[in-house]
Design a protein around this ligand. Structure first.
Ligand code: ZN
Length: 257
């Protein structure tokens, strides 16, 4: 059975912070002082997290670029493809090590995302005792079909984990990583530019579900109180889901520049 992860607040208080104070020192720009590097491909660097704030975990970070104020959707498609290829391979390598009950892979962006460093990065965290597959269900990835192409489908959750908006990309080991990178960038463009006013934060998360793979992309706002108090997720009606599909499709069907 899964039990809550223990968070080391004393250690967390010593972490650098640039998400809200962008003039603070950025440790990911200062690459000469990085330690415990696990792998590197040009500006993409995988390393141990210096601040292991969650007990019984193996926390690592992937620095995605040397551009401190960039963001995944702003990368040239070639770089986005390279970042995603690198990330998926290191995530798989960690899963294959069989050292963990499950392995998280996710990204925080923006002040409402829960992240502390602004510099574009993602995280791979091995959990020694917690298996997320015990709580994630297939229904959390199903929903209104927004878009599909060979080996790739995009849905908007009808039964989200939290709500309101959870976009899911279903893919497999046969999916073109370039197409996956473009789809992820397109959904982020839609979320950041059009989806709702003042959306400046998002998370995305990777999952294995049997032989299938998913990315769940979540625009972040204040958590809805019905979820906080009662664990009740909220979602849309069919008409609103249709309008979201109409607005999202032009992003997904336009060739990248
Ligand atoms: Zn930086």
């Amino acid at each position: 059975m899964n039990t809550a992860l223990i968070f080391d607040t004393a250690l967390a208080n010593t972490k650098p912070e640039t998400m809200h104070h962008k003039d603070n020192y950025c440790p990911f720009c200062d690459t000469t002082h990085l330690t415990n590097i696990l792998a590197q491909e040009k500006s993409i660097i995988w390393l141990l997290n210096k601040y292991p704030v969650l007990c019984d975990t193996w926390p690592t970070i992937i620095i995605e670029t040397d551009h401190c104020h960039s963001e995944f959707s702003e990368y040239p498609l070639n770089h986005a493809e390279q970042v995603l290829t690198f990330t998926l391979s290191k995530w798989q390598e960690t899963i294959d090590s069989k050292r963990f009950a499950s392995v998280l892979c996710f990204k925080n962006h923006g002040p409402m995302s829960g992240g502390s460093i602004r510099h574009p990065h993602s995280q791979i965290i091995g959990l020694k005792d917690y298996d997320y597959h015990l709580t994630m269900e297939q229904k959390h990835f199903d929903g209104w079909l927004m878009y599909e192409e060979p080996n790739l489908q995009v849905t908007l959750s009808k039964e989200p984990l939290i709500g309101f908006s959870e976009f899911n990309i279903h893919f497999t080991n046969q999916t073109s990583i370039r197409n996956l990178a473009k789809t992820l960038q397109d959904i982020l463009h839609y979320i950041l530019r059009e989806f709702a006013r003042f959306t400046s934060s998002y998370n995305y998360f990777f999952y294995t579900m049997g032989h299938d793979l998913y990315i769940k992309i979540v625009p972040r706002y204040v958590t809805p109180p019905l979820f906080v108090g009662y664990g009740i997720p909220e979602t849309y009606d069919d008409a609103r889901a249709d309008r979201i599909k109409s607005a999202l499709l032009p992003y997904l069907t336009t060739a990248s520049i």
